[in-house]
Design a protein around this ligand. Structure first.
Ligand code: ADP
Ligand code: MG
Length: 406
C-alpha cells in the first residue's frame, strides 16, 4: 500500500518570529501595548518552538507549531500536522490526573497545527541535567506516578468500554506510530539506510543482524506495540521529553501519544536512564563521584518502578471498575506482564538510540572515540540481553545486576 500524500490545509503557514507575535496578540494573553520579545528555541527534530516574553510584566508563553515535514530529514519526509492535536490533547488529558506534572495547554489551533502552553524555561531538559551529573530527588516518584495515573485512568480497568474505545479512536496516530515501528522496532535490526553508526562497531552491529533469536523476540515486541491498546501512552518518554528542576518534574512532547502497551513508556524511560548510567564512564572522571551518581541513577530506576507499581496498585484496588480487578491475583499477573514488556522495550530503545537514526547526546558527545565505541558496543550487548532474557529477569534488582558495578 502506498503512503497517502499529506496536504497541509490551505490556511496553514509556518510562523516566523514576526507572524507568531501577531498571532499571539490576538489571543489576549498579553496586554495590547506589551513589547514582546520572541525567539525560536526548538532544538527538536520535528517542530518550531517559539518563546515569547513580555519582560515588563514578567509574563511568557510557548507556541509550538508542527511543520508539515520532519525538520531533521527535510521536506522529503512529510508528516501530519495533526500531531499538534495529539500532543495538546494528551497534555490536557494528563492534566486531569497529574496537573502538576505537565505544562498547561492554553490554546490549540487546528489549521495552523499549533498550540500554546506554559513556559518551562525555569526547568532544564533532564538529558542535559544527567549529562552534567545533577541529581533530581523527586524525578523517580514523579515519573512512576505519572505513568501509573495516566495509564490506569485511560485503561479498561477504569473506563467504561465505550468510553475507552472512544478515546482510543481519538488517539489513532498512525503516522507517528509508524516512525516508532520503523525506527525502534525494525530498522536497527536490519541493514537499513536510516541506521547510523561508526564503521568501528560494524562487527558488533552485524552480529546483532545475524542473531535470529534476537529478531524473533523483537518481532514479538513490535507486534505487541502494533496491537495492544492497553492505555494511553506518551509514546516518546525519553530523558529529552522531561523538564526538571530538583523540585519539579514536567513531561513534555507527547506527539507520539497513542493507545499501546503500558510497559513501553516505562521501558523507554528505563533505557534512557541506563544509557546515562553507561555514559557516565566518560562524563564523570572521579571514580568516587561517578559511582555516587551511578548509584543515584540505579535508585531512580528502582524508585520509578516501585512508585509506578504502588500507585497503579492503589488505583486498581480503590478505583478499578472492571469486574476482574476484584479477582485476587489479576493485578499481580498484569503487573508481571507490564514488567516483562518494559524490559523488552527498554532493550529495543537502548539499541535504537545507539545505532538507529536518532541518537542520544549522552553517548554521542563522548570525545574519546575509542571509549565512545566501547560504550556503544556495551549498550548493544545490554539491549540484546534485555530483549532475549526479559522473561527471566523477574524484578528490578535482577535487571540492575546485569550492568551495575558497586
Ligand atoms: P520536538 O517535538 O520538535 O522534539 P520538543 O517538544 O522536544 O520539540 O521541544 C524542543 C525544545 O524546545 C525543548 O528541548 C525545549 O528546549 C524547548 N521547549 C519545548 N517546550 C517548552 C516549554 N513548554 N517551555 C520551555 N521550553 C520548551
Ligand atoms: Mg518531539
Amino acid at each position: 500500500m502506498s503512503t497517502p500524500s499529506i496536504q497541509p490545509p490551505s490556511t496553514y503557514e509556518p510562523l516566523n518570529e514576526n507572524t507568531v507575535v501577531q498571532f499571539v496578540k490576538k489571543l489576549n494573553y498579553f496586554t495590547e501595548d506589551a513589547a514582546l520579545q520572541v525567539r525560536e528555541i526548538g532544538d527538536g527534530n520535528l517542530n518550531l518552538v517559539f518563546h515569547i516574553v513580555d519582560e515588563s510584566h514578567a509574563k511568557s508563553i510557548i507556541v509550538k507549531q508542527a511543520l508539515p515535514y520532519a525538520k531533521v530529514v527535510g521536506e522529503s519526509w512529510p508528516l501530519t500536522l495533526e500531531r499538534a492535536r495529539f500532543e495538546s490533547s494528551y497534555l490536557q488529558k494528563a492534566a486531569e490526573y497529574v496537573p502538576n506534572l505537565v505544562p498547561k495547554v492554553h490554546y490549540y489551533d487546528e489549521s495552523l497545527g499549533l498550540f500554546v502552553m506554559d513556559d518551562l524555561s525555569s526547568h532544564l531538559i533532564l538529558r542535559k541535567g544527567t549529562i552534567e551529573g545533577i541529581q533530581y530527588p523527586h524525578l523517580a516518584r514523579d515519573i512512576g506516578t505519572f505513568v501509573a495515573k495516566v495509564t490506569f485512568y485511560t485503561s479498561d480497568f477504569y473506563l467504561h468500554p465505550f468510553e475507552k474505545k472512544q478515546l482510543v479512536k481519538q488517539f489513532i496516530n498512525p503516522e507517528l506510530c509508524k516512525i516508532t515501528e520503523d525506527l525502534v522496532f525494525t530498522d536497527p535490526f536490519f541493514d537499513h539506510e536510516t541506521n547510523d553508526f561508526p564503521t568501528e562497531i560494524r562487527e558488533a552491529v552485524e552480529q546483532l543482524w545475524n542473531d535470529s533469536e534476537l529478531r524473533h523476540e523483537v518481532a514479538k515486541l513490535k507486534f505487541q506495540f502494533l496491537t495492544q491498546a492497553e492505555a494511553l501512552l506518551h509514546g516518546d518518554l525519553h530523558t529529552g521529553s522531561i523538564f526538571v528542576t530538583p523540585e519539579s518534574t514536567k513531561v513534555i512532547d507527547p506527539e507520539f501519544s497513542f493507545f499501546g502497551p503500558i510497559g513501553f513508556d516505562l521501558g523507554q524511560f528505563f533505557a534512557n536512564i541506563i544509557l546515562s548510567y553507561l555514559s557516565q564512564e566518560a562524563h564523570i572522571l572521579s571514580s568516587k563521584e561517578r559511582k555516587q551518581y551511578q548509584s543515584y541513577l540505579v535508585d531512580t530506576l528502582k524508585q520509578t518502578w516501585s512508585s509506578f507499581k504502588q500507585e497503579f496498585s492503589k488505583l486498581w484496588e480503590n478505583e478499578g471498575n472492571e469486574v476482574y480487578t476484584q479477582v485476587p491475583g489479576t493485578l499481580e499477573s498484569f503487573l508481571g506482564k507490564v514488567w516483562v514488556d518494559a524490559v523488552g522495550f527498554a532493550g529495543c530503545e537502548v539499541i535504537r538510540r545507539t545505532i538507529g537514526l536518532a541518537h542520544v547526546a549522552d553517548l554521542d558527545t563522548i570525545q574519546d572515540l575509542t571509549q565512545q565505541y566501547q560504550l556503544k558496543e556495551k549498550a548493544l550487548e545490554l539491549g540484546t540481553y534485555f530483549i532475549k532474557n526479559r522473561t527471566q529477569i523477574t524484578n528490578m534488582e535482577q535487571l540492575i545486576q546485569v550492568f551495575y558495578q558497586e
